[in-house]
Every structure is written in structure tokens, then in C-alpha cells.
Design a protein around this ligand. Sequence first.
Ligand SMILES: [Zn+2]
Length: 235
Amino acid sequence: MSRVSALYDLQQIDSKIDANVSRTAFLNQLLSDTSPLDAARQTVSDAEAALVSARSQLKDLESTAQKQQQHANDLEKKLYGGQIKGNKEMAAAQQEIETFRQRKKETDDQTVEAMLTLEDAEANLKAARAKLTQTEKEVEQGSAGHRQELGQLQAELTGLQAQRVKDLRMVMPPDVPVYEKLRQQKQGVAVAEVIYGKMCGKCRVELPMAKQREVKGGTTLVTCPNCGRILYHKF
Ligand SMILES: [Zn+2]
């Protein structure tokens, strides 16, 4: 194994570890995200409140209609029972009965509207509860899948870390800090493979002939003149 191929192997394993760690973080974030459930619960809560309000409104209207009817009936009873005397008083009573009947009619119209609103509120609540159940099911299934994957990732990571220890032993000690520093500077990728025999596989810049020859040797650390990564030529 050449000096550079040892670094390349280490890079391969580190890239796998990075991907594993990143995926693990992503899954943990998904597992801790309660927003879909929160939203579905809020919708149910809002629909419950709307239903309570619609029921109360209907009850009020029914009570109002009853009072209006009662008032008109009482007055009518008095009028025809002869309790109200005098033409003026009788005309006034007749007028009042008419007014209350008209009001009752308006209340009845509002009651029909309120019944429709109540039906809508009931349907909305039913839909919101169904959606919540569905969301709970999806979240549970999703979470089970995520947890299973996390378990696999954890097992893989243990294997990768063991492999890394082996790979690191093959790297020349002075190359380790150079590699680590480059990893930090270059988004985790310190070693780039040469492609088509002449191009940096990472930044895709063509290497000068002298560099190409140097890289093929594999005994010295040659860096890409453009991106600065250690170049590796596979045979
Ligand atoms: Zn490059």
C-alpha cells in the first residue's frame, strides 16, 4: 500500500462515518419533530371549540324563538279573552303580536342557518379527528422505521470506527495532522481521486503533466493546484 492510498482508504472510511453521523442526526431530528401531531391536535381543538359555539348559538336561538312565541301567544290570549279593552289598546296589542310573530320568523330563519353551521362543525370535528388518528398512525409507523434505521446506523458505525482504527494505522504518522486539517478546511474531503488519469476528481481541474506524473508515484503528498486536496491515483 502506498503512502497516498492509505490516506485514500482513510478518507473513504471517514466519508462513510460522516454520512452515517449526518443521517443519524437527521433521523433524530425527525423523531423529535412533533409539529405534524401538534398541528393535527390544534385542528381538533379548534373544531371542538367551533362545535361548542355552534351548539350554544342554536340553543340561544331556540330559547329566543320560544320566548317570542310565548309572548305573542300570551298577548293573543289576553286580546281574545277580553282582558285588553279599548280600540287603541287592542290595536296596539295586535301590532305587538304581529311584531313578535315577525321576530319569531326571523329567529326561525337564523335557527335554520345555525343548524347548518352546527352540521358543518360536527363534520369538521369528525374530519379533524380522523386526520389526527391518521397522523398518529403515520408518525408511529415513521418513527418505528426511523428507530429501526437508527439501530442499523449505530451497528454500521461501530464497524466503521473499528475499520478506521485499522486504516489509521496504515497512514504515516506525519500525514495524519495534514489530512485532518484538510478535512476541516475542505468540507470533510481531504483526498481527491484523479479521474481520467489527469483531472482532480473533486474540483475537476486538469492537472499539469508534472503533477500527473508525481501523483502516479504515490510516495509523496501531491496536492491539487486548484482545490488543495491531496491527490490519489488509483491503479
Ligand atoms: Zn482539485
